[in-house]
Every structure is written in C-alpha cells, then in structure tokens.
Design a protein around this ligand. Structure first.
Ligand SMILES: Cc1cc2nc3c(=O)[nH]c(=O)nc-3n(C[C@H](O)[C@H](O)[C@H](O)COP(=O)(O)OP(=O)(O)OC[C@H]3O[C@@H](n4cnc5c(N)ncnc54)[C@H](O)[C@@H]3O)c2cc1C
Length: 426
C-alpha cells in the first residue's frame, strides 16, 4: 500500500476530535506519522522530504490535528538521530514525536551570536555530572521548555571550536532562571536564560566530549534547511508540545478548528509571503492596478518559484546520491528576502493604517480589522527576524564563500590559540 493510502486508512481508524492532544499525539507519534522522514526503527516511516509534505497535507485535509511542532521536532530530534547513542534515542525521541517534552536551543550568548564558538558558558566536571554556569540569550520558547540543547565550554585550554560540548539539559531544576524578552511584535517569544550551578548528566552529552561544535553545526544545518524550505513547518499544529504550555490535556478537535480558521483566511504571518495572499489583499483594497504593488507581487511569486525549483533540483540530486552544497544557506537567504518583500508589498497595500499596532495589555492586537490585514502588519513587524535567527544573512554569505566557493577564511588565530588566551569581546 502506498504511504498516503496507508495514512488515510490509519487516520480513519484512529482520529477522533474528542481525544486529548496527549492521546492523539501518542498515537500519531508511535505510529511513525509525526516524523515520517525518520527511520522506521526510530519512530518514523523512512519517507522522503517530499512525501513528508504530502503526509502533513493529508493530515490537515483529513481534518485531524497535525504533529507537534517546535524546536524539539525541527532541531533536537534530527540532531539526536544524527549524533545520539541508541540509549539517548530511546530516552528522548519518543517524547519528541509524541509532543510530551518541549525543547529550546541554548546556543546564543550576549557576546557569542555570529561568533558562536566564542561562547563563555562553562561546564565543569563533578563526578558523573557537570556543573553549568553562564548566560544564554534570545532563547525562543525557553519559558515552555522541558529540555534545552545546551552548548557549553568544557575545555578552555584548546582552540575555541574544540573545547565545546553539547548537552541535553533539564530545564526544570534549581539554578535555571528564564526571563522573557518582549519583541517589537508585542509578543515575548524569546528569553534570557541564566544558568547558576545547574547540573547536566554525563549520560546526556550528545555526540561526545569536546565534539559540540560539530553537533551544533548539525543543529544549525537542520535549522537553515527547515526555515528556508518551510517544509518541516508547512502545516504547523496550533497545539504546543511539552508539559509547561498546558495544551496536552485539552481536546484535540478544538485546535483543528483554530488551524482551519487560520488556513481559510490566510491569516498566519507567513501567509504574507505568498503572492496569492497579497493579490487577494490588493483586490480588497482596490490597489491591484498600482504598478509598484503589481511588480512587488510578481517578484515575490518569482522568488517563491525559484525556491521551489531549487528544492526540486536538490531532491533530484539527492535521489541520485549527490547533493548541492550550500543549498540550506541559499534557501535561508531567499526566505529572508521574501519576508522583506512581503513586508514592503503588504505595507504598500495597507497604507498608513497598516503601521498601527495595538500593544495594550501586552497582547499583539494590530489595528487593521480584517484578519489578513492584521497578518500583514504582524509580518511587517516580524520581518527582520528571519535574516537574524539561525545565523544572520552576512554569516550565511560567509559560509557560502568559505565552505562552498573555497574563498580564504577571515584572517585570525582562533583556530590555533587556546580559548583562554584569545582576546575577548567583553
Ligand atoms: C526571532 C529570533 C529567535 C532566536 N532564537 C534563538 C534561539 O532559540 N536560540 C539561540 O541560541 N539563539 C536564538 N536567536 C539568536 C540568533 O541566533 C542571533 O541573534 C544571531 O546568531 C546573531 O547573533 P547576535 O544577535 O549576537 O548578533 P552579532 O553576532 O553581534 O551580529 C551583529 C551584526 O554583525 C554582523 N556580523 C557579525 N559577525 C560578522 C562576520 N564575521 N562577518 C560579517 N558580518 C558579521 C551580523 O551579520 C549582524 O548584522 C534568535 C534570534 C531571533 C531574532
């Protein structure tokens, strides 16, 4: 039976809107439909990326709740699949595919963003545990996280890329202090995270001692390709994973209605980068005759099509056992550009009213009345983010220059000199 027929049959037998989110995600995850590209022996179905999108669409079209989203599914799971021991896969992966535990990414620090390998959070060995001290920042969804992908310095006597170790960190322990940071959207998606005498277990080192830079680069590669292609998030579930967000014991069917409304009205923030959404908005506002707006919409359509063809080309090459280096970086750069373009065209359509945004009570309630107009305002406020998170546009271009085109690296001694002897930013 082909996978989509198998899925239809499975959905017909298992989906009920009256299940709780926890019950439904347990069924979906253990059957392999939450992470269908993962290997069959590790809670997946061994399907391709293209089939993954088809699976997500089929679940949405059936009217069932989609799989858990978030960085557990997007980043932690694939990283553990790549570098984790079998014991770690058994410990962490089921809770990710079933949405029982939510993750956050404890990478960036106040003086280590683009220069991530310059991080200063320390982990010091203490018996079969590690004591972690330091500060992370811009940590998305840390306030809902059960676990963190932590990178910390375990050896300052070797060059900076070599003395880093990657841990799975329990976020529910004394010494983890999560403080929200409010964005210009009005939301507080990300946080500062202070770590004071926090414990990490030896058995939760992912990928080996001192190998954290390679493991972190795997996470970042999944982040770039996921964000650039939009594939893993094509149909995000409205329910949030993990023990903190409080959605697991709610009725699954209620989240499907919320998702359906968003899809029907095209009112999610990312819908503003789709040409079709902007055409509909331009018609509604009587602006479709404006040549500047028309040109912007066509450019957005062309960017979207180029992205689609590049993705098909990469899939074709992968099918023959080859790859196109740098595609994740290029896809992320394209996505950043599309967000900027969507912002400019959306604001041109809405005019001055589109700049109104109501922050009252701390909730992001933009002033335009129509849900799509509100989404366009939200998109404009969110649009600087994609060119920063997961590595800025400049860093993507540096990677393309150095690792793909073979251009000389930036001059510096940070690959030969011990971290503790390097000059610090602060
Ligand atoms: C919405 C959002 C969510 C985020 N979520 C997370 C998260 O969950 N976890 C996490 O760890 N981090 C997260 N981040 C942080 C993000 O990864 C960093 O902001 C990013 O890596 C840039 O680091 P920085 O802010 O320290 O800027 P800096 O590194 O200080 O860069 C400042 C400017 O200098 C430029 N620059 C720096 N170095 C170079 C160079 N070598 N060559 C050319 N130009 C350079 C940069 O491109 C940028 O324009 C998030 C950020 C955003 C916006």
């Amino acid at each position: 039976m082909n996978p989509l027929s198998e899925l239809q049959d499975w959905l017909a037998r298992h989906w009920s809107p009256d299940l709780t989110v926890r019950e439904w995600w347990d069924l979906l995850g253990t059957a392999g439909w939450a992470a269908p590209t993962w290997p069959v022996e590790w809670f997946g179905k061994g399907l391709s990326d293209a089939e993954h999108v088809d699976v997500q669409r089929a679940i949405a079209d059936f009217g069932a709740l989609g799989p858990p989203g978030g960085v557990g599914m997007l980043l932690a799971g694939p990283t553990i699949l790549t570098h984790g021991s079998d014991e770690q896969k058994r410990r962490f992966l089921p809770a990710i595919v079933c949405g029982r535990e939510a993750w956050c990414q404890l990478f960036s620090e106040p003086v280590a963003g683009s220069d991530l390998a310059g991080l200063q959070t320390r982990a010091t060995k203490d018996g079969d545990e590690w004591i972690v001290d330091g500060q992370k920042v811009w940590t998305s969804t840390a306030h809902h996280a059960d676990l963190g992908m932590l990178i910390a310095r375990t050896d300052a006597d070797v060059p900076k890329h070599k003395g880093i170790t990657y841990f799975a960190l329990d976020m529910h322990q004394p010494g983890v202090d999560v403080r929200p940071l409010r964005e210009l959207t009005g939301r507080a998606l990300f946080n500062e995270v202070f770590l004071a005498d926090v414990r990490a277990r030896d058995e939760d080192v992912i990928g080996g001692l001192g190998n954290g830079w390679a493991v972190a680069n795997t996470t970042l590669a999944f982040e770039r390709s996921g964000l650039g292609a939009g594939g893993a998030n094509a149909f995000p579930s409205a329910a949030r994973p993990g023990t903190v967000a409080g959605d697991l014991d709610k009725r699954a069917g209620d989240f499907v209605q919320a998702n359906g409304a968003v899809a029907r009205q095209g009112s999610s923030a990312t819908s503003g980068v789709r040409a079709s959404t902007l055409v509909a908005a331009a018609k509604r506002h009587g602006r479709l005759g404006d040549p500047v707006i028309r040109e912007g919409i066509v450019r957005l359509h062309i960017e979207g099509e180029i992205g689609r063809y590049m993705s098909l080309r990469r899939k074709g090459m992968r099918g023959q056992g080859n790859d196109l280096p740098g595609m994740g970086n290029l896809a992320k750069l394209r996505m950043s550009e599309m967000f900027r373009l969507g912002r400019d065209v959306g604001m041109a359509i809405l005019g001055p009213r589109g700049t109104l945004h109501d922050y009252e009570g701390g909730s992001p309630t933009p002033a335009p009345d129509h849900p799509v107009d509100r989404a366009l305002t939200a998109l404009a406020l969110w649009s600087p983010s994609p060119s920063i998170y997961g590595g800025t546009d400049e860093i993507q271009r540096n990677i393309l220059g150095e690792r793909v085109l073979g251009l000389p690296r930036e001059p510096g001694d940070d690959r030969t000199v011990a971290f503790k002897e390097l000059r610090r930013n602060a």
